[in-house]
Design a protein around this ligand. Structure first.
Ligand code: B12
Length: 428
C-alpha cells in the first residue's frame, strides 16, 4: 500500500500534472485562450500583436477569428506603424511584435512593406535599419532610444525570421547584460532579462555570433543566473507579470520543464485568482503555461491546426449594489519634478479603478488634471497637472500606494479600501 501512495505522491510532485491537476491545468489554459480570443473584440478595437502571437502559439484555435484579427493587424496596425515611421519615431518593439505576429500566422513577410524616406522597404529591412539606429544610439548615449526590452524583441524577431543579426547589434545587448543595464524604474527588470535571454539564445542557435561566442555564452549564463536568483519562495520570478516571460526564457535556454514547475504552478494559481485580467499579461504567460517560448515561432508551420475554440455568449455582468454603494476615501499625492507636493482627496465607490478615481477627482475641479497615452498595456499616465513626464527625457509618473510601487497601471489597479496613492514625476 505504502509504495503505491508514494508513487502517487511522486507523480503529482513532478511537472507533468497528474489526473486531477491535469484537468484543472487544461481548464486554466482554456479559460485564458477564451479570454484572449474575447479580447480581440470588435472591428473598432485596435488589434494587439502580442495577443495574436500568444493565440497562434497555442494548442487550440478559432481559425476564423484569428484570420480576421490577422487582417486587422495588416491594415490597422500596419497603418499605425506607417504613421510612426513617417514621424521618424523609434518603434523597434512594435515592429518586432508585428513581425512575430505575422510569422506566427505563417504570413509571407517579404510581401509586407512600408514607405520610409519615400522608399518602399520590406518590414524586415525597416526593422533591421531601426536596430542599426538603436545600436548607434546606444554607442552615443549608453542606452537605446526605446529600451533594452524592445531592443531584445527586435533581435529576437529578426533572428526567428532568419535574418542575420549584425554582430555589433547583438554585442550591444551582450555588453548591457554584462553591465547590468536592465532596469525598470529603479529596480531590476526581469522582463528585460527574459527577453534578452530569448533573443541571445536564438542568435546562438542560429550560429550568427561565431566571433565572440565566449562573451555570448557568458551573457546567457548571467541571464540564467539572474532569472533563477529572482525566483521567490512562492515560485514567481520577479513579480506575477514577469514570471511568464522568465519561464519562456528559461525553457528556451534549455531548462527542463520540471525546473520551472513551481513557477508554472504560481501562474496557474494567479490565473485562477484572475490576476491576469489584462490581455497583455495573459498573452505573455500563455506560451509559458504551454511550455513554449517565442522562439518556437521560428519553426511554426501552421499545419494540421486544431479549430475547436469557441466562445459561449457571456453572461450579463451583475453589478452588486452593495459594493458600488460603499464609498472609500482616496488621497492622491502629486509630486512634481521640482519636488513640489500637492494633496487631493476624493471618495470613490469601492472596487473603482485608479483611473476612475482620477477621473472623479478631475471632475471635482480642485486643480487636479491628468492625461494618458494609449499603449498595448492600456492607458499610460503621461501628464499630471499640466506637467508631462516624457520618455525622451527619461522621466515617468511613478505610481505607489503607502510607499510601495504599484504592480499595475491606472486602469487595472483597483481601490478596495481607503488609501493614499502617490504619483511622482521620477527619472529613470
Ligand atoms: C520599459 C517599461 C517601462 C518604462 C517605459 C518607458 C520606456 N523606457 O520605454 C517605464 C519605466 C516608464 C515604465 C513605467 C511603468 N511600468 Co513598465 N514596463 C516596461 C517593460 C519592461 C517594457 C515595455 C515595452 O517597451 N514593451 C514593448 C512595446 C512594443 O509595447 P508598448 O505597449 O507599446 O510599450 C509601452 C507601454 O508598455 C508603456 N508602459 C510601460 N510600462 C507600462 C505599464 C502600464 C501599466 C502601462 C499602461 C503602460 C506601460 O511604455 C512602453 C514604451 O512606450 C514592461 C515589461 C513587459 N512585460 O511588458 C513593463 C511593465 C509593462 N510595466 C509595468 C508597470 C507596473 C509599470 C508602472 C505602473 C510602475 C509604477 N509603479 O509606476 C509604470 C507606469 C506608470 C504610468 N505612468 O502609467 C508592469 C505592468 C503590469 C501590469 N499588470 O499592468 C510590467 C509588465 C513590468 C512588470 N513585470 O511588472 N515601464
Amino acid at each position: 500500500m505504502l509504495p503505491l501512495i508514494l508513487i502517487g505522491l511522486l507523480a503529482c510532485a513532478s511537472a507533468k500534472p497528474c489526473a486531477d491537476s491535469e484537468g484543472s491545468h487544461q481548464e486554466v489554459l482554456l479559460s485564458i485562450n477564451k479570454n484572449l480570443l474575447r479580447s480581440m473584440g470588435t472591428q473598432e478595437e485596435p488589434p494587439n500583436p502580442s495577443v495574436h502571437l500568444a493565440l497562434r502559439l497555442s494548442n487550440v484555435h478559432n481559425l476564423a477569428k484569428e484570420n480576421e484579427h490577422l487582417n486587422r493587424l495588416k491594415t490597422k496596425l500596419h497603418n499605425d506603424i506607417q504613421n510612426s515611421l513617417s514621424n521618424s519615431q523609434p518603434i523597434d518593439g512594435l515592429l518586432a511584435l508585428y513581425t512575430l505576429a505575422l510569422k506566427s500566422s505563417c504570413y509571407d513577410l517579404n510581401t509586407v512593406t512600408f514607405t520610409v524616406a519615400e522608399k518602399r522597404e520590406t518590414l524586415l529591412t525597416v526593422l533591421k535599419k531601426q536596430m542599426e539606429d538603436e545600436k548607434e544610439h546606444i554607442a552615443f548615449s549608453q542606452r537605446p532610444s526605446t529600451n533594452y526590452y524592445q531592443y531584445s524583441l527586435g533581435i529576437l524577431a529578426l533572428c526567428v525570421s532568419g535574418v542575420r543579426v549584425n554582430n555589433h547589434v547583438s554585442n550591444k545587448l551582450i555588453k548591457a547584460v554584462e553591465h547590468e543595464h536592465f532596469k525598470h524604474g529603479d529596480s531590476v527588470s526581469i522582463d528585460t532579462y527574459a527577453m534578452a535571454g530569448m533573443a541571445l539564445q536564438c542568435v546562438k542557435t542560429a550560429g550568427f555570433h561565431v566571433h565572440g561566442a565566449a562573451e555570448l555564452n557568458i551573457a546567457l549564463s548571467t541571464i540564467k543566473q539572474k532569472l533563477t536568483t529572482a525566483r521567490r519562495a512562492d515560485g514567481h520570478i520577479g513579480n506575477e507579470f514577469s514570471t511568464g516571460l522568465a519561464v519562456q526564457a528559461l525553457l528556451a535556454m534549455g531548462n527542463q520543464v520540471e525546473e520551472c514547475a513551481a513557477s508554472l504552478e504560481a501562474m496557474r494559481t494567479d490565473a485562477r485568482r484572475n490576476i491576469y485580467h489584462n490581455p497583455m499579461a495573459m498573452s505573455q504567460i500563455l506560451p509559458a503555461l504551454q511550455q513554449k517560448s517565442y522562439l518556437t515561432v521560428q519553426n511554426h508551420d501552421c499545419l494540421n491546426e486544431d479549430d475547436t475554440l469557441v466562445l459561449e455568449p457571456t453572461d450579463p455582468v451583475v453589478v452588486t449594489a452593495s459594493d458600488s454603494n460603499v464609498a472609500v476615501a482616496v488621497t492622491v499625492e502629486v509630486i512634481t519634478s521640482g519636488g513640489v507636493a500637492a494633496v487631493y482627496s476624493v471618495d470613490v465607490p469601492k472596487g473603482s479603478s485608479l483611473l476612475e478615481a482620477l477621473e472623479l477627482l478631475k471632475g471635482k475641479n480642485a486643480g487636479f488634471t491628468f492625461e494618458t497615452e494609449s499603449s498595448l498595456w492600456g492607458p499610460f499616465l503621461s501628464m499630471v497637472n499640466g506637467e508631462q513626464a516624457r520618455q525622451s527625457d527619461r522621466r515617468y509618473w511613478h505610481l505607489s500606494s503607502d510607499g510601495t510601487g504599484l504592480t499595475e497601471g491606472i486602469n487595472d489597479y483597483k481601490i478596495e479600501a481607503g488609501q493614499k496613492v502617490t504619483i511622482k514625476n521620477t527619472s529613470y
